[in-house]
Write a protein that binds this ligand. Structure first.
Ligand code: HEC
Length: 333
């Protein structure tokens, strides 16, 4: 429990029990021109002291100087989304990054994330000049990060797997899921239109073309100029490597376990606590309820705006035996 992630953050009337929680405070604390006011800056600085887990998103940078001010009006959209796993990227087809595939260029994603998380533009200019250096001691730091997340394999499921059952499940996966999720699937890595996937739409409403255009303009005059930011109309059919560790599921982390995801929406868990690190080998995901999970975790109410757990109905009508086999197979990814 010595980890900074689990040290409570105390405010006058509020205790944040751990720091692994999603936040989008932009638009609530900011000035109308998009710049941060004092409340906002104080929050950033206080949060940044947390160390591991304190970086929430590049829209909410650690240091206010890292704010990518797009000059967009405050529109009160809510862009809740989980971090996507950053591993094995070289094996992922179509290189679509972020849940909505807003960019297809890893270099741009790495650079813009660094800026968003506080790297000064002058530092980025200097680092980028070394992008193609090959000697490790000369190579750009961001390039090394990019190489690391491209080649690092996902952690393997650490508990027992029933190999025969998983093999039966592989066939179910092939028939029901592989077209969108196998590394060689024809739709894997592509954006699936919102009308087809049916999940919560708030994240898409938050990132519209004016923001993408402003982001592209941000690098004007720099050697690393951006040109690939764009708006999409759906969410990416993500490769599922290291799936067991990625709970809670979907772009907004609204479905606590793989068992829940294979249930029709009215039978999925509606209220849970995320951020507790004990694993539930039966439901496949983290333990999200009970006194310990409630004490360590952050309450997630799927009825709140942007927390919706609907959609992604694939696999929900399979019979119980095929679901069990599929779940066993999903542990092997
Ligand atoms: C037509 C394409 C398509 C099919 C078929 C499909 N999915 Fe998906 N899947 C998606 C999309 C798109 C997302 C992202 C949706 C979101 O996050 O809002 C997704 C997300 C997921 C996630 C969440 C991943 C994470 O990191 O949170 C899991 C798990 C998943 N799918 C499992 C399955 C399984 C199991 C099947 C087969 C029973 C299946 N999918 C069939 C398109 C598909």
């Amino acid at each position: 429990m010595a980890d900074a992630i689990f040290q409570p953050l105390e405010f006058k009337n509020l205790t944040v029990k751990n720091r692994v929680f999603r936040s989008n405070i932009a638009g609530r604390l900011d000035n109308y021109d998009g710049s941060g006011n004092h409340a906002r800056i104080n929050w950033e600085v206080k949060f940044a002291r947390g160390g591991v887990g304190a970086i929430i998103s590049s829209f909410v940078p650690v240091q206010i100087r890292g704010r990518i001010n797009l000059g967009q009006p405050i529109d009160r959209t809510i862009g809740n989304s989980d971090m996507q796993p950053v591993w094995n990227l070289a094996k992922h087809p179509n290189s679509t990054y972020h849940w909505d595939g807003l960019n297809t260029n890893l270099q741009e994603v790495v650079l813009s994330s660094a800026i968003g998380d506080g790297a000064p533009l002058k530092w980025v200019d200097r680092d980028f000049a070394k992008w193609n250096a090959t000697r490790p001691e000369e190579m750009s730091s961001l390039r090394r990060i990019s190489n690391f997340i491209s080649s690092t394999p996902p952690p393997k499921y650490p508990f027992a797997i029933d190999a025969a059952l998983a093999q039966t499940g592989a066939a179910v996966f092939q028939g029901e899921c592989a077209s969108c999720h196998a590394l060689d699937g024809p739709r894997t890595g592509h954006v699936i239109p919102l009308a087809e996937v049916g999940t919560d739409r708030h994240r898409l409403d938050m990132w519209r073309q004016p923001a993408a255009t402003a982001y592209n303009a941000k690098g004007e005059g720099h050697a690393w100029k951006f040109s690939n930011f764009k708006q999409s109309d759906g969410y990416v059919a993500v490769p599922l490597d290291g799936l067991w560790l990625r709970a809670p599921y979907l772009h907004n982390g609204s479905v606590p376990s793989l068992t829940d995801l294979l249930e029709p929406v009215d039978r999925r868990t509606k209220l849970f606590w995320r951020g507790y690190d004990v694993y539930d080998q039966t439901r496949i995901g983290f333990v999200t309820d009970g006194p310990d999970a409630q004490a360590a975790g952050t309450r997630f109410d799927t009825t709140l705006p942007a927390n919706g757990n609907a959609g992604h109905m694939w696999g929900t009508t399979l019979d119980a035996a095929r679901k069990r086999a599929l779940l066993e197979f999903l542990k092997t990814l």
